[in-house]
Write a protein that binds this ligand. Structure first.
Ligand SMILES: *[C@@H]1O[C@H](CO)[C@@H](O)[C@H](O)[C@H]1NC(C)=O
Length: 238
């Protein structure tokens, strides 16, 4: 059983830690952007500090007294998405921008729709999240590759009810190898996992990377790089 003294000490400690966190956030000019352990029940994100009481923990927080169930809610995730695009896949992102109540909670999710026969969520990386992925419909070829110098491919054919893990920071992909549409849901260990889409980043950068860099890196003729850099690199994140 906790004595009053222990509780007071523990509270004092928490207050000291909170004060230090706020101080450090202020001195670092709010460039701080990790997924912190929450210092309160929740911190519904708002874009400015207009409403009276404001707490700083990553983003501004809405005054908890005026938070509502809608701040923690999103509907429509069973609606199939349009996959008529160059990749044949659409990623519906559910992050802190869609559900403000996710702020500081350290999690988010995505729904991915894949067109039949080759719909592709192309090779990409989440710099800030591990991912666990579950197939609801269809048949997907999925995989990730380990970092330098091993470059091991871990891949699998997944069917409804199958789950797979994509470790943080590793390049991974999923392709629909079935004759019908496919759907998957994934959970990620950040409120804002980030997406680095390899082809888009390298061939669709603005301004362009010098072609000689990509020509050497990929062992491709410069004409091929020139061609790739004139392509439109579709963004399938919604
Ligand atoms: C899906 O998107 C394509 C391309 O934007 C469009 O032509 C088509 O009408 C859309 N289909 C539906 C059902 O909304």
């Amino acid at each position: 059983m906790m004595t009053t003294t222990t509780i007071t000490r523990s509270l004092n400690f928490q207050v000291a830690v909170a004060a230090m966190a706020i101080f450090m956030a202020l001195v670092s000019n709010l460039a701080y952007a990790a997924d912190p352990g929450p210092l309160q029940d929740f911190c519904v994100a708002i874009n400015d500090s207009a409403p009276a009481a404001v707490f700083v923990n990553g983003k501004f927080c809405k005054n908890p007294e005026v938070a509502e169930p809608e701040d923690f809610f999103l509907s429509g995730l069973l609606t199939p998405r349009n996959t008529s695009n160059p990749l044949g896949a659409t990623v519906t992102v559910v992050n802190v921008d869609k559900i403000p109540g996710l702020n500081t909670q350290g999690i988010s999710l995505v729904r991915v729709d894949y067109a039949p026969d080759g719909g592709l969520n192309p090779p990409h990386v989440h710099p800030r999240a591990s991912e666990i992925f579950i197939v609801l419909e269809g048949t997907l070829y999925v995989g990730f590759v380990t970092s330098n110098p091993d470059f091991r491919l871990f891949s699998k054919i997944l069917r409804p009810g199958d789950a797979f893990v994509f470790p943080v920071g590793l390049i991974h992909f999923q392709m629909n190898v079935g004759k019908s549409s496919a759907v998957a849901i994934a959970a990620l260990t950040s409120q804002n996992p980030g997406v680095v889409t390899i082809a888009n980043e390298l061939f669709g950068s603005n301004p362009k990377i010098y072609p000689s860099v990509l020509s050497r890196a990929f062992q491709l003729d410069k004409e091929v790089i020139d061609y790739l850099q004139t392509r439109t690199w579709y963004n399938h994140l919604m």
